[in-house]
Design a protein around this ligand. Structure first.
Ligand code: WQD
Length: 342
C-alpha cells in the first residue's frame, strides 16, 4: 500500500483529504503540531474510513525533527503539504511568525525529501496569489500579483521555492501546486468539518455560528463593490470535491503522468457567488432566517474572483461536483453536530 504524508492532516482540508486518500487505498501518515486543530479528528477519520492514520506531532519548522521523521519513513511515496498558518488578518499582525512557519516548514520538507530520495510534493496553494485579477475568470496563466497579506505572500513565495528547487534538482523533485479558491462545507457524515479557533474569520463558519446562536449577527463587509448586488464575489468550492482533487494529483505524480516538473492547477467551481447570494442560499436550504447587517469593507479584501477550471477539468479529469446549496447544508449539519443541535 503506497504511503502518503499529509502535513496539517488534522486540519480542515487535510482531514478531508486524508479520508479520500484512505478511500483510494493509500496509507496516510499525518504530521501536525496541533496548533490549530484537535487530535480527536483522528477518531472521526477512523469512524468514517475504518482506518486510523499514523500520527506524529511536531512542528515542521524544526529541521532536526523533520529530518528524523523522513529518515524513519523513507517509504513515503509523496507528500501533501497543508501545514501552515492561514489567517489573513493575523498574518498582518504577525508577519515573522507567518514567514517562518510557512516558508521554513516547506524548505525543511524539500531538504529531507532530496536527502531521502522522495521526489513527489503536492502543495496547498491559494487563489490569493492572483490578488484582484484584471480579467475574470482566472486561468493558471493569469499573472500573480503582490499579495494583500503576508499570508498570501507566503503562498506565492512557497510556489517560487518549489519552482526554483525543482529547477535545481529536476531529476529528484517534482510538484503540483493546487490553487484553492474558497473551500467551504463539511464531510456528509458531519463527523469532520471546519473548526475555526475563536472568532471565525471566514464567511461560512461565521454564517453557521450565527445560525446556531453563537454569534449575535453576521456582518457583511461591504455592499458598495462593482458587483450585481454590491457584495463581494468568490468561487466557493466544496471541501470534499477539493479533497478528491488531491488524490487525483497524487495519482498523477505516482503514475508519472505529470507533463512538467512543476504544474499548477486552479481548484474552483468556475461560478462566482456574492456574499448576499450565499446568505440567501443558506436561508433557502436551511429554512432559517439569518441575522446580518451590512457594514464597511474589510481591509485587504478583493472585490471579485472566480476560476477558469478548464485546465483541471481537461488535464486532471477532475471537476467540482457539489452545488453551493448542498455544500451550505453540509456546513450547517456539521455546525449542528458540533453544538449538539438536533
Ligand atoms: C469571503 C467573503 C468577505 C466574513 C481567505 C483567504 C483564502 C482562504 C479563504 C485560507 C469576503 C466576506 C467574510 C464575514 C463577510 N484562506 N465576509 N463577513 O477572504 O475570500 O479568502 O479565506 O485557506 O486564501 O484569502 O474568504 O471567507 O474570509 O471571505 O462579509 O464575517 O465573505 O468580505 O468578501 P476570503 P472569507
Amino acid at each position: 500500500m503506497r504511503k502518503v504524508l499529509v502535513t496539517g492532516g488534522t486540519g480542515y482540508i487535510g482531514s478531508h483529504t486524508t479520508v479520500e486518500l484512505q478511500a483510494a487505498g493509500y496509507e496516510v501518515v499525518i504530521v501536525d503540531d496541533l496548533s490549530n486543530s484537535a487530535v480527536d479528528i483522528l477518531d472521526n477519520i477512523q469512524k468514517i474510513t475504518g482506518k486510523r492514520p499514523v500520527f506524529e506531532q511536531f512542528n515542521l519548522v524544526d529541521a532536526a525533527k523533520t529530518d528524523d521523521f523522513f529518515g524513519r519513513h523513507r517509504d513515503i511515496a509523496a507528500t501533501i503539504h497543508f501545514a501552515a498558518s492561514k489567517a489573513v488578518g493575523e498574518s498582518v499582525e504577525k508577519p515573522l511568525h507567518y514567514y517562518r512557519n510557512n516558508l521554513v516548514s516547506l524548505m525543511n520538507i524539500i531538504d529531507a525529501q532530496l536527502k531521502y530520495g522522495i521526489p513527489n510534493i503536492v502543495f496547498s496553494s491559494s487563489c490569493t496569489v492572483y490578488g484582484q485579477p484584471d480579467r475574470l475568470p482566472v486561468t493558471e496563466s493569469t499573472p500573480r500579483k503582490d499579495a494583500e497579506s503576508p499570508y498570501g505572500n507566503t503562498k506565492r513565495v512557497n510556489e517560487d521555492i518549489l519552482r526554483d528547487s525543482i529547477h535545481a534538482f529536476p531529476d529528484r523533485l517534482r510538484a503540483i501546486a493546487l490553487r484553492y479558491f474558497n473551500p467551504i462545507g463539511a464531510h456528509p457524515s458531519a463527523l469532520i468539518g471546519e473548526t475555526p479557533a475563536g472568532t471565525p474569520q471566514n464567511l461560512v463558519p461565521f454564517i453557521t455560528q450565527t445560525a446556531a446562536g453563537l454569534r449575535e449577527e453576521l456582518k457583511v463587509f461591504g455592499d458598495d463593490y462593482d458587483t450585481p448586488d454590491g457584495s463581494a464575489i468568490r468561487d466557493y468550492i466544496n471541501v470534499v470535491d477539493l479533497a478528491k482533487a488531491h488524490v487525483v494529483a497524487i495519482n498523477r505524480l505516482l503514475n508519472n503522468k505529470n507533463k512538467t516538473g512543476f504544474e499548477v492547477f486552479n481548484l474552483g467551481t468556475g461560478n462566482g457567488y456574492s456574499v448576499l447570494q450565499l446568505i440567501n442560499s443558506f436561508e433557502k436550504v436551511t429554512g432559517l432566517k439569518l441575522n446580518y447587517r451590512i457594514v464597511g469593507r474589510r481591509a485587504g479584501d478583493i472585490e471579485k474572483i472566480w476560476a477558469d477550471t478548464s485546465l483541471a477539468n481537461n488535464e486532471l479529469g477532475w471537476k467540482a461536483e457539489k452545488s453551493v446549496e448542498e455544500t451550505l447544508l453540509s456546513a450547517w449539519n456539521w455546525e449542528k453536530h458540533l453544538r449538539g443541535i438536533a
